[in-house]
Design a protein. Structure first.
Length: 219
């Protein structure tokens, strides 16, 4: 895995890449190796979530998971459409895995740091796990803060496609006592969340930005 780079010296081998403005990397099983086998942990957590949700055994949970995957494209979409599961509820549970299997890789970190231009890292994970995995790879001191736009508070849980959301999708929520507080968008960029807020203001004029750290609302 990537460790924090300490070598900032010029490497003449990088001159050949000087014309490249943007690099695109895949995080999962690329910046960290397949032998870490994080997906095996996630797969097990998905089964546990389905078992708890519908009250079935592991065999039935596996069957349901694969049916949702094939019929809806992802297990999460099947849970959203079929059971009204909020993305954050599912993602926070299935991504609560052991990151101790990730190992630092100083050589990769040095090479990564020397590449010219901006670097974009893509993953199908939620933003909280992306920050955790990237930081474990790079040894960075990023605070991992997540920004969302809160637009609605209600006393009960709505299905993700409820008309009260005025077309916003996907919608997440967090609980505060007996209240459900609904949010839209998720980013670690303060500038990006301002753009999302402007979008939500067209439908909910009282919407505002909220901050999360390690999945918990920062007040």
């Amino acid at each position: 895995m990537l460790a924090e780079s300490t070598d900032r010296s010029h490497d003449p081998r990088m001159d050949a890449f000087g014309h490249i403005e943007t690099w695109i990397f895949d995080l999962d099983n690329t910046l960290y190796p397949p032998r870490a086998n994080l997906f095996a942990q996630i797969d097990e957590r998905m089964g546990a979530f389905i078992m708890r949700l519908i009250g079935c055994d592991a065999v039935e949970a596996r069957r349901v998971q694969k049916r949702f995957f094939h019929d809806h494209g992802t297990t999460l979409r099947g849970l959203m459409d079929g059971h009204g599961v909020a993305p954050a509820e599912f993602l926070n549970f299935v991504h609560d895995i052991d990151m101790g299997v990730l190992e630092a890789d100083g050589r990769m970190a040095d090479a990564f740091a020397k590449l010219p231009g901006r670097k974009l890292v893509f993953t199908n994970a939620d933003s909280r796990r992306k920050e955790t995995n990237t930081n474990a790879s790079s040894g960075s001191g990023d605070d991992g803060k997540e920004y969302r736009v809160q637009f609605l508070t209600a006393s009960h849980k709505y299905d993700n496609q409820a008309s009260i959301f005025k077309g916003l999708s996907p919608v997440d929520f967090y609980t505060d006592g007996s209240l459900y507080k609904y949010t839209y968008g998720s980013t670690t960029s303060p500038e990006e969340i301002k753009k999302i807020l402007r979008e939500v203001h067209e439908k909910f004029k009282d919407a505002f930005i909220v901050e999360f750290l390690d999945g918990q609302r920062v007040k």
